[in-house]
Design a protein around this ligand. Sequence first.
Ligand SMILES: Nc1nc2c(ncn2[C@@H]2O[C@H](COP(=O)(O)OP(=O)(O)OP(=O)(O)O)[C@@H](O)[C@H]2O)c(=O)[nH]1
Ligand SMILES: [Mg+2]
Length: 514
Amino acid sequence: MVLDLESSDPLAAAIAPPPDETPEQRWAREQREAQARRISEQIDEQIRAEKQAMKKRKPMKLLLLGQSESGKSTTVKNFQLAYAYDAFLAERAAWRAVIHLNLVRSVNSILDVLYRELPEKTIISDPGARPYTPGLDVGPLDADIDEEDDEREYLSDFLESPLNDSHRALMLRLGPLRMVQRDLERFLGAASSEEVHSGSADVAPWNTGGWRPREFAVTTRSGWKTALNRMRQPAGHQPSLARSSSSARHSEKTDDAEVEAAVEILAACAEDMWALWTDATVREVLDKRSMRPEEGPGFFLNDVMRVAARGFEPTEDDVVRARLRTMGVQEHRILVEKGTEAGCEWIIYDVGGARSLRHAWYPYFDDINAIIFLAPISCFDERLAEDKRVNRLQDSLLLWKAVCSTKLLAKVQLILFLNKCDLLEKKLARGVRVVDYIPTYGSKPNDLEHVSRCTSSFPLFTCDFKDISARHSPIARMFYSFLTTAVDTKATRITVATVREGIQRNNLKSAVLF
Ligand SMILES: Nc1nc2c(ncn2[C@@H]2O[C@H](COP(=O)(O)OP(=O)(O)OP(=O)(O)O)[C@@H](O)[C@H]2O)c(=O)[nH]1
Ligand SMILES: [Mg+2]
């Protein structure tokens, strides 16, 4: 049988010339088709030229600013997810050790609190029961305790501790996690430590001459990229020149062995960690101390059975929620992989936000296209880790004021992300009252809508930032602000797209209308 292709292909049949086409009609059709081909070739050529131009164009430079734990690095991860997914995937496995560290840190900080509920005698009276590795310290890692309070509570707790023998046994079984924390911190380097220099470092050291030239500002050995690079080396990789000596190889082997040992200990402790987290008495003790690890950075206890399992592979969400602080300034190059702007390069500078690290920011103010300033809006009732006298929201406002008034940034687009809206909502729902921390809030409704929105009748957080921008910018500038939850990757993808397009066209529309 001969198959009539033309009649069996509906498309060919649809565009085929009519069978009774006259020579004039045929001439006209061929003219139309030639014209269509020319237009199509012109469009192809235009796209090719635009892509070429995109490649040649100067990269867009974006600087992320904000206090520590405001969500800057989390925002970078959202950019990578949206525009450099392959690069994001390449780093994903490397986050495993960081997530493990986040997990043990949560458990150890809970244990610290529980140890304070136990009379000291109880802890040391039964040392043989501790399945500890020699050299392991006993007691809390956290030195940030009010001694007097502790003693007072210790005396009363001695008489009636809510914890029983099975809690004590559980705590002892989880003891090896202290060693795991230390090993992982040593392995990941300085960025893994949450220790901050306390004291009264300036809110914006560049305004008081306290900044350093760029070459001293970049931390090459201790940032989170360095930590991740170490994790990314596959087994049997070629050692780098810097680490090719036999002692370096020896220390690499020790590191690998320690990380593997950490994985084993975590897997062995998984059920106990879950038992600790879900124990009603433990929760009561944490509540009594107003301790909410689930609202803190890098919280993975709800997923402990998955995260502590051997062979755990971090998901996208895990990576976005993982916490590793930024030291110095980290540069991320994002080559847009798809879409009309494929080939366009972005350089994102992610800075360390602690006060003691802000001296490194100033050299990056030069020659940038835009700044995203992150202010964690949920922090109205918290204090700075580096200076307990300072309210975190107040620090963000002062920092915003300093950035707005910096002359070198007068023509730079500033975009404000009022971040951590999810935590703000939870806090307000829990009954934490804004007026208790910001008396001027008065009797207005204590909900997200009123706290975060800027309206003439409820001028709170957003309005404060807007007023500062209007009053302190050297030349008039538009105010762009977004309410964000950077760990919500779906919602943040939309914000990031709006912001990226806006910066590219220098014409950003605000997501919040005023
Ligand atoms: N619940 C919640 N957590 C967030 C949000 N944004 C960031 N986080 C978490 O807050 C922690 C700190 O975020 P980072 O992005 O590391 O903060 P940073 O501003 O880079 O901090 P530094 O590097 O110290 O300057 C991480 O564990 C994030 O997962 C948010 O909107 N909601
Ligand atoms: Mg960071």
